[in-house]
Design a protein around this ligand. Sequence first.
Ligand SMILES: Cc1cc2nc3c(=O)[nH]c(=O)nc-3n(C[C@H](O)[C@H](O)[C@H](O)COP(=O)(O)OP(=O)(O)OC[C@H]3O[C@@H](n4cnc5c(N)ncnc54)[C@H](O)[C@@H]3O)c2cc1C
Length: 489
Amino acid sequence: MLLWPKAKCFLLACLSLLSPFTWAQNLPASSLKNGSLPMQYDADVIVVGAGFAGLAAAKQLHDQGHSVLLLEARERIGGRAHTVFDGEQAIEMGANWLHGQDNNPLVALAKEQGINLSPATQWRETIVYDEFGEEIDDAGALLGRWNHVVENYLAQYLRREPNASIQMLMDDAQKSGDLGFVSDELHSSFINFMFEQDWSADAADLSVQAAEDGEDYLGGDPIPLQGFLPLQQHLSENIRIRLGHQVSAIQQSKEGVEVIAQYQGQQTALRSKRALITVPVSVLQAGNIGFTPPLSARKREAINVIGMGQLNKVWLKFPEVFWDQNHAILRVGPEKGRFSLWVNIHAVSGQAYLLALSTAGNLEAGSDAEIVEEAMLGLRAIYGDEIPEPSKRYISRWQNDPFSLGAYSYLRQGGRPEHRDILAEPEGLVYFAGEASQREFPATVHGAYLSGLREARKIHASLPAVAERQESVELNRDISSDREGSFRQ
Ligand SMILES: Cc1cc2nc3c(=O)[nH]c(=O)nc-3n(C[C@H](O)[C@H](O)[C@H](O)COP(=O)(O)OP(=O)(O)OC[C@H]3O[C@@H](n4cnc5c(N)ncnc54)[C@H](O)[C@@H]3O)c2cc1C
């Protein structure tokens, strides 16, 4: 049984010799195994995935003189940070904020690149409405009190029941009467606001270890006003990128790594001295990339114990502003996570948009029209039936996207922050980056960026010094100006 997939990979690798996109002379895949012919490389390093992790690594390695080839499955760069434009307004379908300004390397890079940042979002001044549209005046004070109780429970659970879920802890706290000062609906809404939105995960599936998962930069959360795209364009300058290349297999030998990719229905095999995999952990969980030899049991366990959450964005453009001028609006709705949290984009850019963040698992099943109708029901409950219909909508569907299969990573029950370090461990000549592998700042764009730099350092240290490879540097200079025809964004 086990021999068949290997034989199939071998056959497919041979077929890939026909691909016009493999610019170096191809060798049969068997040369990997018997070592009878010297391997010829398409690049020193092949990076798989052009999100912030892949772009950061590719730029650093390129700047250090290594030849780099970046393979990206989508027809665009950026991954889960995806900016589209409605005139002047940058619409972020994925990442929106730079979380923390102090020491955040992407804030520094944005400033260096002249990218304007909004003032930090004032989450503390979020206005809170109940289900019927009545403002809950003392919501801020209640949230502070609620948080204090929950922190005490978290400290105890981390000691006594480190494998429990956040929901178990919350049920315990609620049953004990310690949270008797908030209604069940408000309790549920606070869980969503404080935990589920943060980790894009259902509290029943989120480990209490989430409380110790990662760190925060201070200084508040600004939004890049021109979106994340200019930062990505800067990182991708002079990098050879092949879009539309879906990697399906990674095969390594002592000599190097063979990366098998599908491009427009054809298979191509590319060879490098090292490979860096930056695809979302959910893509690894789904087994969409086969590894030969297989990944270690330790790595597979880490991949499976890290969850991938659900979070989507619904942007609505209105002909006029009818909502509060607070930066965020929370409605304690009948179903938590479904159009409960709104961000007032008018306060950010002066344009009449509202942005809903939804952690609801089944949101993506609805049609665009159904999703907008449901969103409008919630808004009408607060602002009345006379509010205008939206003139435009932008709706993300990250769960159903085969190249993300979710929003961002979290620790499932049984998961520990150390699993992120295991995810980051190289396996032979194959390296791993991406937000899920960044223990200090998981689930963020800066975490993804830092993970790319981390692996670039490891790869650089593992390759012969650039000075000893002058010939390769000359080759790199030649090809860096020769960006592939498939590069688009
Ligand atoms: C709705 C939403 C809101 C978010 N909000 C924020 C926020 O406000 N602030 C923040 O800091 N972070 C936020 N995040 C998280 C942030 O977007 C991610 O942590 C970060 O972008 C991940 O970068 P990455 O490089 O690790 O992965 P990705 O960006 O996912 O990059 C991986 C790349 O691999 C490619 N790929 C996948 N499979 C293959 C394959 N087989 N072959 C080749 N290529 C492949 C993908 O197309 C993708 O381009 C948000 C995410 C979402 C979805």
